[in-house]
Write a protein that binds this ligand. Structure first.
Ligand code: CP
Ligand code: NVA
Length: 338
């Protein structure tokens, strides 16, 4: 398997075998880190991390991962560069491609990361756009594999805002790798029909299924994994909180819903998660909408605190796996000797 020179913009560009290869390489790098085995395979190279939106996990996974691999890193935050304001994405791509050996992009439009990949001449990695979040899926699948020893045949239920970057990318990843994917959400928050149709075709090839339902009991029955994400994503206007809470309050993951899944089921979330009132936005939303929704009053939105803190919750393993999987993506796309 040789992925050198490739960008990582969407999982749609990668075959089942290539994704499995990246997961295998992630496992190897995780073991090498745990055993203090040096793996500075990219010594002398430099990467730049472009963030139009904020981040904790993705930024730190790229930075710590790049250091482990022996590289230098530049971080450009939402207000730290000319990109998009005084300089086009196309020009930015051609400038950064002259100076760096790889580019990470987090932003709004998926077409921006596509442009960077097209014009920079170096591998470009999508660290989240409104449409996709492909590096997150690798960490999610590594976590599933660690818990169940397999991916094929796993029943994976995503509940919540299913037409966002996470819903889209999880559906694609599951369809490619033979994981049965169910999205549970009100109809207006289902993924785009064209993407659903495409994924149904991919699922046919991998022997899995794609199911969309509004019925949370039906959709979580027999689930091995219950996965949710924030009700309002980065870049969406504050005003959507009101309708989103009305639409998704019944789809909150609580212990009763976990009980409806398999006894061995795990809970996952890409994080950050609203499960208490100890965040600024959580407290603000709790204050504004808490009177109508008692759990929201405690800052519990897509998931309750009890679930996040339960033994079934794997969210921090999942967060750690961001680093191991992102290292695999950088290494495999920047080098063929490791
Ligand atoms: N899951 C994730 O992408 O987290 P950050 O926004 O902190 O990078
Ligand atoms: N859907 C979320 C994912 C965060 C990692 C967002 O875009 O804000």
């Amino acid at each position: 398997m040789n992925l050198k020179g490739r960008s990582f913009v969407t999982l749609l560009d990668y075959t089942k075998e290539e994704i499995e290869f990246l997961l295998g390489l992630s496992e190897r790098l995780k073991n090498e880190k745990a055993s203090n085995t040096p793996h500075r395979f990219l010594e002398g190279k430099n990467v730049v991390l472009l963030f139009q939106k904020d981040s904790t996990r993705t930024r730190c996974a790229f930075e710590a991962g790049a250091y482990d691999l022996g590289m230098g890193v530049t971080y450009l935050g939402p207000s730290g560069s000319q990109m998009g304001k005084k300089e086009s994405i196309k020009d930015t791509a051609r400038v950064l491609g002259r100076m760096y050996d790889g580019i990470q992009f987090r932003g709004y439009r998926n077409s921006d990361v596509e442009q960077l990949a097209k014009y920079s001449g170096v591998p470009v990695w999508n660290g989240l756009t409104d449409l996709y979040h492909p590096t997150q899926i690798l960490a999610d699948f590594l976590t599933v594999k660690e818990n169940f020893g397999k991916l094929v045949g796993i029943n994976f239920t995503y509940i919540g805002d299913a037409r966002n970057n996470m819903g889209n990318s999880l559906m694609i990843g599951c369809a490619k790798l033979g994981i049965n994917f169910t999205a549970v959400a009100p109809k207006n928050l289902w993924p785009e029909q064209s993407l659903v149709d495409h994924c149904k075709n991919l699922a046919k090839d991998s022997g899995s299924s794609i199911t969309l339902t509004e019925d949370k009991m039906e959709g979580t029955k027999n689930a091995d994994v219950l996965y949710t994400d924030v009700w309002v994503s980065m870049g969406e206007p504050k005003e959507v909180w009101r309708s989103r809470i009305d639409e998704l309050n019944d789809y909150q993951v609580d212990l009763d819903l976990m009980k409806n899944a398999k006894q061995s089921a795990i809970f996952m979330h890409c994080l950050p998660a609203f499960h208490g009132d100890d965040t600024d936005i959580g407290a603000e939303v709790a204050k504004e909408f808490g009177d109508k929704y008692p759990r929201v009053k405690k800052g519990e939105m897509e998931v309750t605190d009890e679930v996040i803190e339960s033994p079934q919750s794997k969210v921090f393993d999942e967060a750690e796996n961001r680093m191991h999987t992102i290292k695999a993506v950088m290494l495999a796309t920047m080098s063929d000797s490791y």
